[in-house]
Design a protein around this ligand. Structure first.
Ligand SMILES: *[C@@H]1O[C@H](CO)[C@@H](O)[C@H](O)[C@H]1NC(C)=O
Ligand SMILES: *[C@@H]1O[C@H](CO)[C@@H](O)[C@H](O)[C@H]1NC(C)=O
Ligand SMILES: *[C@@H]1O[C@H](CO)[C@@H](O)[C@H](O)[C@H]1NC(C)=O
Ligand SMILES: *[C@@H]1O[C@H](CO)[C@@H](O)[C@H](O)[C@H]1NC(C)=O
Ligand SMILES: *[C@@H]1O[C@H](CO)[C@@H](O)[C@H](O)[C@H]1NC(C)=O
Length: 470
C-alpha cells in the first residue's frame, strides 16, 4: 500500500504505518511526498546540460571541468540509476574536501579516519527541513548544488537508493552498519512530515529528550541508542560533558564496517618491522605480506603508487595511496582531488604485486560542528541565523543544531577488517623479489574504502602512525 493511500485513510491507522507502506529500496519518487519545504538552485547548474554562459568563479570552473572530464571518461556503471551515480560523485568531491580540512587541523603524525558518505547522509536529513541561507550553505558544502535540479530536490530519495545499494547487500562477509539520528529537546514541536520522512528515508525519527532538565541522562540515552544500533561496536560516542542544558538539537552519525579480504594474508607472513612515522621517528609494527595479482599502478608524475585490495563480496574494496620514495604524504595531500583519485583508480590494471601493509586499528571521532563550520556551514549551527522551518513547527528562530558528532572505527588485519585476531608474530624479515612490483606501506599512506562499481567513497583516512595498536 502506498503512502498516498495512507495519508487519505487516517481512520485505518492501525493497519497503515509508513514503514509498512513504503519500502524505500523499491519505492518510486512518486511514492513519497518528498517535496522540500524550500529549494535552492545553483545558477550555474541546469537540467539541460547547457554549459554555463557566464564566467563563473574559479572554483566553479574547476568543478565544471571536473564534470566535463568525468563525462568523457566515465560511463555510468550498469544497473545504476544515473542520479544515484551523480549523487555519489558529489559525495566524492565532498569527501576529499573534508579530508583536506581534517588534515589541515591535525599534525601530520596523527591518523585520520571518517566516513564522508555517512556525514553527507546525516546532513541531507537536515536539508529536508532547511530554508534560506541555511539551505544554501548545506547545498554548497555538501556539493549537492553541483548536481542537476531534480536530483538535488530529491536528494533524500537518491540517498536512500544509494544506501540501499550499500547497506542492503546480503553478504555474510561484509558488515556495514550506520546510525544517524537527530535528537531534539522534548519541548520542541516537531513537524510530523519531517518525522515520517526521516523514518522512511533515514531510518530514524527525531528522538525527543529532556536536555533542559536531564542533560547527562540524555547523553547516556544517545550513546545507548548508538551502541544498540551498531550492535555494541560503537560505544561512548558523546564524551562526558558534551551535552548541557542548552542543547536544542543534536545530530549524531556513526558507522561501523567489517569485511574479509578476498585474498587473506597468511598469518605465517606477519613480520615485526619498522614503520617510518616521519624522517626522525620510527616505530615497530606487525607487517603483513602477500604477493598476488591486484589492481595496481604507479603514477610517477604524481609520485604515488595506488593499490586496491578487494573485500570478499559486496563490491567493496580498500584503495591505498602510497607516496613514492622521493615524496611524502604531505605532498600527496596537496595534490589529491576526487578527480585525480578517480583517474588513478580508473587506470589501475591487474599486476602481480608484493604487498606489505601493517596491521592497525583506528578509531576517530570529532565534532562535526567545528569542522563543518570551517568549511562554510555556519548558519545551521547558529541560534541567530538557522532557518529550519521544516523540522520544528510554530517557531521561526532559536531552532538550530547545537551539536554534531561523528565516530568511525576500523581495524585491519590478516583476515580483513575488524576480525578478532590473536597472532604470533614471526620476527624474521623476508626479502622481496627485486623484479616484482612492490607496495611497501612502511610510511604514512592514505586509505579509502569504496564501493568500486559506483566509486562511492564510504571511508577516507590517513594512516600516519599505525603503531599505537594492532
Ligand atoms: C505521518 O505518519 C503517520 C502514521 O505513521 C500518519 O498518521 C500521519 O498522517 C503522517 N503525517 C504526515 C504529515 O505525513
Ligand atoms: C560496548 O559496550 C557493550 C556493553 O557494555 C560491550 O558488550 C561491548 O563489548 C562494547 N564494545 C566495545 C567496542 O567496546
Ligand atoms: C615532505 O616533503 C617536503 C618537500 O620535500 C618537505 O618540505 C616536508 O617537510 C616533508 N614533510 C614531511 C612530513 O616529511
Ligand atoms: C585525469 O586524466 C586525464 C586523462 O589522462 C587528464 O587529462 C586529466 O587532467 C586528469 N585529471 C586530473 C585531475 O589529474
Ligand atoms: C527566508 O527569507 C525570506 C526572504 O529573504 C524571509 O521572508 C523568510 O522569513 C525567511 N524564512 C525563514 C524561515 O527564515
Amino acid at each position: 500500500m502506498k503512502l498516498w493511500t495512507c495519508l487519505g485513510a487516517l481512520w485505518i491507522l492501525s493497519i497503515c504505518s509508513v514503514q509498512a507502506a513504503v519500502d524505500i529500496c523499491s519505492a518510486k519518487p512518486k511514492d513519497l511526498p518528498l517535496q522540500p519545504v524550500c529549494i535552492y538552485r545553483n545558477p550555474n547548474v541546469h537540467d539541460h546540460e547547457a554549459a554555463p554562459t557566464e564566467k563563473p568563479a574559479v572554483k566553479v570552473l574547476e568543478k565544471a571541468s571536473e564534470k566535463a572530464h568525468g563525462k568523457m571518461l566515465e560511463k555510468i556503471p550498469e544497473s545504476t540509476n544515473p542520479r544515484v551515480y551523480e549523487l555519489s560523485k558529489a559525495n566524492g568531491r565532498f569527501a576529499l574536501s573534508l579530508f583536506k580540512q581534517l588534515s589541515k587541523g591535525k599534525p601530520h603524525e596523527e591518523n585520520i579516519f571518517m566516513s564522508p558518505l555517512s556525514i553527507s547522509t546525516a546532513f541531507a536529513m537536515t536539508k529536508l527541513g532547511a530554508c534560506n541561507s541555511t539551505l544554501e550553505q548545506i547545498m554548497k558544502v555538501f556539493e549537492f548544488d553541483t548536481i542537476k535540479e531534480k536530483t538535488s530536490d530529491q536528494v533524500h530519495f537518491f540517498f536512500a537508493k544509494l544506501n540501499c545499494r550499500l547497506y542492503r547487500k546480503k553478504h555474510n562477509t561484509v558488515e556495514l552498519v550506520s546510525a544517524n539520528r537527530l535528537f531534539g529537546e522534548q519541548s520542541l514541536n516537531i513537524n510530523e512530515n519531517f518525522q515520517n520522512i526521516s523514518e522512511v528515508v533515514y531510518g530514524a525519527k527525531l528522538m525527543p529528550l529532556n536536555f533542559k532538565e536531564k542533560p547527562e541522562i540524555s547523553r547516556l540515552k544517545i550513546n545507548q541508542w548508538i551502541s544498540e544500533k551498531t550492535k555494541g561496536k560503537i560505544n561512548d560516542t558523546l564524551p562526558q560533558g558534551s551535552i548541557d542544558a542548552t542543547a536544542v538539537m543534536v545530530l549524531v552519525n556513526t558507522i561501523y564496517f567489517k569485511g574479509q579480504w578476498k585474498n587473506k594474508f597468511d598469518k605465517k607472513d606477519v613480520m615485526s618491522l619498522q614503520f617510518h612515522v616521519s624522517s626522525t621517528k620510527k616505530c615497530q609494527v606487525h607487517m603483513m605480506y602477500k604477493e598476488a595479482k591486484f589492481q595496481y599502478k604507479k603514477f610517477p608524475e604524481d609520485k604515488v603508487k595506488v593499490l586496491e585490495l578487494p573485500y570478499n563480496g559486496g563490491g567493496i574494496s580498500m584503495v591505498l595511496v602510497l607516496p613514492m620514495k622521493d615524496s611524502n604524504l604531505t605532498e600527496v595531500e596537496k595534490i589529491i582531488t576526487y578527480s585525480k583519485l578517480t583517474n588513478w583508480t580508473n587506470t589501475m590494471s591487474e599486476t602481480t604485486v608484493a604487498v606489505q601493509i601493517p596491521r592497525f586499528r583506528i578509531e576517530d571521532s570529532f565534532s562535526l560542528k567545528e569542522k563543518m563550520r570551517d568549511m562554510g556551514l555556519n548558519h545551521l549551527f547558529s541560534a541567530e541565523h538557522a532557518s529550519l522551518p521544516g523540522i520544528v513547527e510554530g517557531v521561526d528562530n532559536g531552532i538550530y543544531i547545537s551539536d554534531a558528532y561523528h565516530k568511525a572505527f576500523l581495524e585491519v588485519n590478516e583476515e580483513g577488517s575488524e576480525a578478532a585476531a590473536a597472532t604470533a608474530v614471526v620476527a624474521l624479515g623476508r626479502s622481496l623479489n627485486v623484479n616484482r612490483e612492490s607496495f611497501v606501506a612502511n610510511k604514512p599512506f592514505l586509505l579509502f574504502i569504496r564501493e568500486a562499481t559506483i566509486n562511492t567513497i564510504i571511508f577516507a583516512g590517513r594512516i600516519s602512525n599505525p603503531c599505537k595498536s594492532g
